[in-house]
Write a protein that binds this ligand. Structure first.
Ligand code: R2B
Ligand code: URA
Length: 360
């Protein structure tokens, strides 16, 4: 048996063992719930809090999460969402539906043939929301404003549900700088279009700059789970430029307007590449800043669908794009399996070196 094959067999054995252990733990937990009811969960065990949370939330009775079509009067948040450990966001409802179905298999859950995942927020016609066991999957639309509204409501959701230290992921597409299309980029730092590691929020006409700090331990952990030889594509760590526009702010030559030359565009790409920017997309600053405010661990994993050094138009065939879409999902699924099944002793859940947001 070749070395590669042996590696893959032992990986499968490890996964199977982990799955059996996880099932056993779940059965033990169920027996405990049946015997002791919900009182088996000691609130003192919940040693995690959301930072900087709006104090007025407590005055809202009920709290209406308008865009998610949920409210605290008609939904028992702890009962329905209390087990959520991971919150995954992606651009479209279709992608997140596919991801939710994919993750069910990856974490060893089963869905009866007759049952389909339902879109919990379908009534709002804005965002799609699916729950696949401990994984909440939501679509965020395009750009900072859209993902920001969703994050406000999802942070309140995990707060009302008393979720334990959930981790948020954005899984998306992006334009790569000097990278072969299909490369996966894990963001180390999100920059805005002025190359600031910040997300601008205007409060009462005054701009505030919220830092876009991402958890470096989580980014490295994700990176360590990639295997270019086996995967057949590269996964890199790098900075991400998050623009408010797909065309001009990303220095494209194919928008309705263009006020620069091809030479200026190439200079700009070279400049940001020298700074360590690996890709461009449209949500990572809002995503990183809002979750940093809340003190919630977060990571951005995007596949590149074009090499911006070679062109601007997305002419990658649809079937190839579909394959690319899966790549961030595969990486994040590996992380979840390791956390849920504790297969890898090396998993580090946090590092004292990571900047911790001040919690008042
Ligand atoms: C990547 O792709 C979308 C634009 O096509 C945008 O949401 C992003 O960040
Ligand atoms: N998404 C973006 O925002 N830019 C790209 O170039 C590709 C996807």
């Amino acid at each position: 048996m070749g070395e590669k094959c042996q590696k893959s067999v032992s990986k499968n054995v490890c996964d199977l063992k982990a799955m059996v252990n996880a099932q056993n733990r779940r059965i033990d937990e169920l027996i405990r719930y049946i015997k002791d009811g919900c009182s088996a969960v000691n609130p003192a065990d919940l040693n995690w809090t959301i930072c900087n949370l709006n104090p007025y939330i407590e005055c809202l009775n009920p709290d209406i999460l308008y865009h998610l079509t949920l409210d605290t009067k008609t939904t028992d948040f702890p009962k329905v969402f209390g087990d959520v450990r991971f919150v995954c966001l992606g651009g479209t409802g279709d992608r997140m539906n596919k991801f939710a179905n994919f993750i069910i298999g990856e974490i060893g859950l089963t869905l009866s043939m007759a049952v389909q995942l339902i879109d919990i927020s379908a009534g709002g016609h804005r965002y799609a929301l699916y729950k696949a066991g401990p994984v909440l999957c939501a679509s965020h639309g395009i750009g900072g404003p859209s993902i920001s509204i969703l994050l406000h409501e999802l942070i309140k959701l995990v707060y009302h549900a008393k979720c334990q230290d959930p981790v948020f992921f954005r899984l998306g597409t992006s334009g790569g700088i000097g990278l072969e299309p299909g490369t996966v980029v894990i963001t180390t730092q999100a920059l805005d279009s002025q190359l600031r590691p910040a997300y601008e929020v205007v409060v009462h006409t005054k701009p505030q700059l919220w830092p876009t700090t991402l958890n470096q331990t989580l980014a490295k952990e994700l990176s360590s789970l990639s295997d270019p030889c086996e995967d057949g594509y590269d996964t890199v760590l790098g900075k991400t430029l998050s623009a408010n526009d797909f065309y001009v702010e990303q220095s494209r030559l194919d928008g309705a307007f263009c006020m620069y030359t091809p030479q200026k565009k190439m200079c700009f790409l070279q400049q940001i590449s020298k700074m360590g920017v690996a890709n461009m997309e449209m949500e990572s600053t809002a995503f990183a800043a809002i979750l940093h405010q809340a003190g919630i661990r977060a990571a951005v994993v995007c596949v590149t669908i074009v090499n911006r050094n070679d062109g601007d138009q997305i002419d990658t065939p649809p079937d190839v794009l579909k394959q690319f879409d899966l790549r961030p999902q595969i990486l994040v699924a590996r992380y979840m399996r390791k956390v849920l099944f504790k297969c890898d002793e090396d998993i580090v859940e946090g590092c004292p070196c990571d900047p911790v947001p001040e919690c008042n």
